[in-house]
Design a protein around this ligand. Structure first.
Ligand code: TXA
Ligand code: MG
Length: 330
C-alpha cells in the first residue's frame, strides 16, 4: 500500500497544473476534476506508477483503466478508429464519452493499464483543469474514478480526500463537478455496443450513429474474471447502508433519497431526507447523486430508500448506479 504519503491539496490554477504535470512525470498519483467525476491520474506509459494506482484504490488488476488524452490526433496514436468511432469522437469530444477500441501497434499504454486486453479505453475530457494537466504533461494519463474500489465515485475534492488521503501525492481541487456520473462507455470493436450508461445519454449517441446501440451479452455483467466491461461488477458504487429502490413509502428510521416533489408516505418518520432534484431535472439529479449517497450514508442509517427515477436521458445512468449500489443489500 502507498499509505503514509503526504497528500497535498492545491486549488485549481496554474501552479496546481504545473505541480500535477510534474508529479505525473515522476510516476506520482494525482487526483483532478473532470466534468464527470474526479479521476485519479497516473502516467499511462509507466507500469510502476500504474501498479501504485491499482494499490492506492485497492482495485483488482483485471479491471482496465481509461486513457485520457487531449485531442483526437493523440487518440489515434493509441487506438484504431472505425467509421462509428470517428463519428462519435467528432460529435462528442471533448465530453463524457469513452470509446473502447482496438489498440494500435505502437499504442504505448502499458499492458497493466489495459489488463492485457487488445483493446484500450480512450476519452478526451471537457473539464478545463483536466485539459490543462493533459496539455502540460503531454502524454496519455490513465484515470479511474478517484475513490477506493467499490465505493461511490467522488464529485468533490473532499470526497477524494476522505477516500484516498495518505495514499496519493496530490489532489487538485476544482470544486464540484458538472455531470456527476461517469462517462458513457461505447465499445467500437464490433457493432457499437453500450458497455456502461453514463453522462452522455444513449439517445444522443444513437442519433449520431443512426442506429440502436448493441447491448453487451448478459454474462458480461456478472462478476466473472473477464467480463466485457470488467468494471461493471454487479456490486459497485456501494454505500455502507442498504439501498432500497423504487420506494413508494418510507419506513421508520430509513433515510430518503427523494426525486421531484411527489408525495411519499411516512416521510415524517424518515431519519434524513435529501432530494436529488425537486424540480425533477435528471441532469441536476445526476450531479447530486453520489454526494447525496455519501451524505446519507455518513448519517449511519441502515437503509436508504430511493424514490423511483425515470429511465430517460441521464436517468439510465442514475438507475444503473443505484441498482449496483443496491446489489447484495436487498
Ligand atoms: O467519467 C469517467 O469515465 C471517469 C473519469 C475519471 O474519466 N473514469 C472512470 O474510470 O469512471 P473507471 O476506471 O472508474 O471506469 C472505467 C471503466 C471500467 O468499468 C473498466 O472496466 C472499463 O472502463 N474499461 C476500461 N478499459 C476497458 C476495455 N479495454 N474494455 C472494456 N472495458 C474497459
Ligand atoms: Mg470507478
Amino acid at each position: 500500500m502507498n499509505v503514509g504519503l503526504n497528500t497535498q491539496i492545491l486549488p485549481a490554477g496554474e501552479a496546481a497544473v504545473a505541480a500535477a504535470a510534474d508529479a505525473l512525470t515522476q510516476g506520482g498519483l494525482v487526483a483532478f476534476p473532470t466534468e464527470t467525476v474526479y479521476g485519479l491520474g497516473a502516467d499511462a506509459t509507466n507500469p510502476a506508477a500504474i501498479a501504485r494506482l491499482y494499490q492506492a484504490k485497492g482495485r483488482p488488476a483485471f479491471n482496465p483503466l481509461i486513457a485520457h488524452i487531449g485531442d483526437i490526433a493523440a487518440a489515434r496514436k493509441i487506438a484504431c478508429f472505425d467509421a462509428a468511432a470517428t463519428a462519435l469522437g467528432e460529435a462528442f469530444w471533448p465530453g463524457p464519452l469513452t470509446l473502447v477500441l482496438p489498440k494500435t501497434e505502437g499504442c504505448g499504454v502499458a499492458d497493466l493499464a489495459t489488463a492485457g486486453l487488445d483493446t484500450v479505453a480512450v476519452r478526451i475530457p471537457a473539464h478545463a483543469i483536466a485539459r490543462d494537466i493533459l496539455r502540460v504533461f503531454g502524454g496519455p494519463v490513465v484515470a479511474p474514478s478517484a475513490n477506493i474500489s467499490g465505493h461511490v465515485s467522488p464529485t468533490t475534492a473532499a470526497h477524494v480526500h476522505s477516500d484516498l488521503a495518505g495514499r496519493i501525492d496530490l489532489i487538485v481541487d476544482g470544486g464540484a463537478v458538472d455531470v456527476g456520473v461517469e462517462s458513457t462507455i461505447i465499445g467500437c470493436f464490433d457493432a457499437p455496443m453500450l458497455l456502461r450508461p453514463g453522462g452522455l445519454p444513449r439517445a444522443e449517441i444513437e442519433r449520431v450513429l443512426g442506429r440502436t446501440l448493441k447491448q453487451p451479452p448478459k454474462d458480461a455483467e456478472n462478476d466473472s474474471a473477464q467480463p466485457l466491461a470488467p468494471g461493471m461488477l454487479a456490486s459497485h458504487y456501494a454505500p455502507r447502508a442498504r439501498v432500497r429502490l423504487n420506494a413508494v413509502a418510507v419506513e421508520t428510521g430509513e433515510a430518503l433519497l427523494a426525486f421531484g416533489l411527489g408525495a411519499i408516505s411516512g416521510i415524517d418518520a424518515a431519519a434524513a431526507v435529501m432530494n436529488l432534484s425537486e424540480r425533477g431535472d435528471l441532469n441536476e439529479a445526476a450531479a447530486n447523486l453520489f454526494g447525496h449517497l455519501r451524505a446519507l450514508d455518513a448519517k449511519g442509517v441502515r437503509t436508504i430508500a430511493v424514490m423511483p427515477i425515470p429511465d430517460d436521458g441521464l436517468g439510465e445512468a442514475i438507475n444503473d448506479r443505484l441498482r449496483r449500489a443496491a446489489v447484495g443489500r436487498e
